[in-house]
Design a protein around this ligand. Structure first.
Ligand code: ATP
Ligand code: SF4
Ligand code: MG
Length: 325
C-alpha cells in the first residue's frame, strides 16, 4: 500500500477547549488509485491531509495518536529532514486557491524552475526549458512566452494548471488535491479535473481528492471515504456507494446533490449542523441529525462494520440502511 492512515487523531488546543478535529481516521491509497474524501465543512478533511503532508499548524494543532504509513514507514516517526525530503519529492499538494499559493513577485517559470534547480541540481537554463515542457504538458497555450509571466497574469483555470504542474514536477507518488476546482467556473472545473485525472493515470500516482462535489467524484474516483466530525463513517468503491449507501449520512449527502433528471424539485438538505468539535455527542456523532437514530446510537460509538469486501460503515444499522435504498 502506498499510503495507509491508521487511527489518526488530531486535536486543536483553543480557548474554547480541545477541538477534536480528527478522531480515528483510517484510510488507504494504493499506487495509481484515486480516493475521494467527502464530508461537510469542518469534518476534518483538510486537517487529515495536512497531517499526512506534515504541514499541520503545531501548535495549536497536535497529533494525539495514530500512524501514517507511507511506503511502509511511519511518517510520524521520521526525523524532520527526512520528512522534508518526502514532502518535497515524494508527495505534493494542490490547494483551492492558486493565487495565494504561488509567489506573486516571481514569474511562473522561476517558480517551476526552482523545483528542478533545488531538487535536481539543474542549471537555470535547463530548468527553464523543463518548465516550458511542464506548462505544455498541462496544456497552457503559448507556454514558451507565458513562462515569463507572473501568476496574476493568468486566469483562475490556468493558475490551477500551474499548481498542478508544480505538484507534478518531481513526479511524486502521491498527490493530495484539496478542493482543487472549487474556486473555478463550472466548465473550467471539468477541464482541470480531467487534466488531473489524466496525469494521475499516466504517472500511476496515488491521488487523494478532497471535495464537496459528489458530482465530480463519480467520474474520477476509485473509492470514497465519507467523513463526519473527524471520523470516517463510510468507505466503499465509488459505484457501490452511489447505488446503495450503507450509512444514513452518506445517504443524506447523495440526496442533496442536484440531479438533472429532477430539475425543479426542492433539494434535500440534511437537517441540523455538524457538532461543535469540543463537544462531540456521545455514541454516534451523527445521532442528533440522523432520521433513524435509536437509543443505542446515543450511547455506543459505532465501529467501522465490514459491509462487504472493501466496504465499511460506521452505523449500527448499516444493514437496514443498505436494504432501504
Ligand atoms: N489552525 C486551526 N486552529 C484551530 N482549529 C482548527 C485549525 N484548523 C482546523 N481546525 C479545526 O478543525 C476542524 C476541521 O477542519 P478542516 O479544515 O479539516 O475541515 P474540512 O473538512 O477541510 O472543511 P472544509 O470543507 O470547510 O474545507 C475545524 O472545524 C476546526 O475546528
Ligand atoms: S449509528 Fe445510529 S445515529 Fe449513527 S448513523 Fe447509524 S442509525 Fe444513525
Ligand atoms: Mg478543507
Amino acid at each position: 500500500m502506498l499510503l495507509e492512515v491508521r487511527d489518526l487523531h488530531v486535536e486543536f488546543h483553543t480557548r474554547e477547549g480541545v477541538a477534536k478535529a480528527v478522531n480515528g481516521v483510517n484510510y488507504s491509497v494504493a499506487e495509481g488509485e484515486t480516493l475521494a474524501v467527502l464530508g461537510e465543512s469542518g469534518s476534518g478533511k483538510s486537517v487529515t491531509a495536512q497531517a499526512i503532508m506534515g504541514i499541520l499548524d503545531m501548535p495549536p494543532g497536535k497529533i494525539a495518536g495514530g500512524e501514517i504509513l507511507f511506503k511502509d514507514q511511519d511518517l510520524l516517526k521520521l526525523k524532520p529532514e527526512e520528512r522534508r525530503r518526502i514532502r518535497g519529492q515524494e508527495m505534493a499538494m494542490i490547494f483551492q486557491d492558486a493565487l495565494s499559493s504561488l509567489n506573486p513577485v516571481l514569474t511562473v517559470g522561476q517558480q517551476l524552475g526552482e523545483m528542478f534547480v533545488v531538487h535536481r541540481g539543474m542549471s537555470r537554463k535547463d530548468a527553464k526549458a523543463k518548465s516550458v515542457e511542464l506548462m505544455d504538458r498541462v496544456r497552457i497555450p503559448a507556454a514558451k512566452e507565458r513562462v515569463n509571466q507572473y501568476p496574476h497574469q493568468f486566469s483562475g483555470g490556468m493558475r490551477q494548471r500551474i499548481m498542478i504542474a508544480m505538484a507534478m514536477a518531481l513526479e511524486p507518488s502521491l498527490i493530495i488535491a484539496d478542493e482543487p476546482t472549487t474556486a473555478l467556473d463550472v466548465t473550467v472545473q471539468a477541464q482541470v479535473m480531467d487534466l488531473l485525472a489524466e496525469l494521475q493515470r499516466e504517472y500511476n500516482m496515488g491521488l487523494i481528492l478532497i471535495t464537496h462535489d459528489l458530482g465530480v467524484v463519480a467520474d474520477v474516483a476509485d473509492k470514497i471515504a465519507v467523513m463526519y466530525a473527524g471520523r470516517i463513517v463510510e468507505t466503499a468503491p465509488v459505484h457501490e456507494i452511489y447505488k446503495a449507501p450503507a450509512h444514513p449520512y452518506t445517504k443524506g449527502l447523495l440526496r442533496s446533490i442536484p440531479r438533472l433528471d429532477q430539475k425543479g424539485r426542492e433539494l434535500y438538505a440534511i437537517k441540523g449542523l455538524p457538532p461543535n468539535l469540543t463537544r462531540i455527542p456521545p455514541g454516534c456523532a451523527f445521532n442528533p441529525r440522523c432520521p433513524i437514530a435509536r437509543d443505542v446510537c446515543r450511547t455506543d460509538v459505532p465501529p467501522l462494520y465490514e459491509v462487504d469486501a472493501g466496504r465499511r460503515s460506521a452505523c449500527h444499522f448499516w444493514k437496514e440502511t443498505l436494504d432501504a435504498r
